[in-house]
Write a new protein. Structure first.
Length: 163
């Protein structure tokens, strides 16, 4: 059974919470129905969550300029703004064969929900001191040459075994 350290409302029965399960910490963004979590949502490793936080200034710029945006959070998980859309979509894709397709593991944050999430970053951080020691893999020494990134399941999720 997973336990959680904190749970904050984003509005519209959507919550962000820090989960601890089998010793692993995750940041979960999810829609709930009453006291029950639904399948609509996504659970992020700390590295991917750190990439969300780090990308927010670029998300803000893109929203302000009404530009499309796509950030690779690691593995097949992306945070994006689509053309003509004011929502921030955090989504897991999947590669069944040749094409990479979106899955239902996602949460498309409406503008007010995204703003709320951004405001909650310091509170989430207080419950997640471990985040300070998380270094995104692309900054780690084995990624200093291109081969390191090509062989990394976070950076190159669909082809990392082919190198
Ligand atoms: Zn990597």
């Amino acid at each position: 059974m997973a336990s959680y350290r904190c749970k904050y409302s984003l509005g519209n029965e959507r919550y962000v919470q820090v989960n601890e399960w089998k010793g692993e910490l995750r940041v979960d963004l999810r829609e709930w129905q009453g006291d029950k979590p639904t399948k609509k949502g996504i659970s992020l490793t700390l590295m991917r969550w750190k990439n969300v936080v780090d990308a927010m200034e670029f998300v803000d710029q893109s929203l302000g300029n009404k530009q499309v945006y796509n950030a690779h959070l690691g593995g097949n998980v992306y945070m994006s703004i689509k053309a003509g859309c004011v929502c921030v979509d955090i989504r897991q894709n999947w590669k069944p064969k040749d094409d990479v397709v979106p899955t239902k593991k996602c949460l498309c944050l409406r503008p007010a929900e995204y703003v709320k999430l951004k405001e909650l970053i310091p509170d989430i951080g207080k419950n997640l001191p471990e985040l300070d020691s998380v270094v995104p893999c692309y900054l780690q020494s084995d990624h200093m040459n291109q081969m390191g990134a090509l062989q990394c399941s976070e950076c190159n999720p669909n082809d990392f075994m082919n190198w």
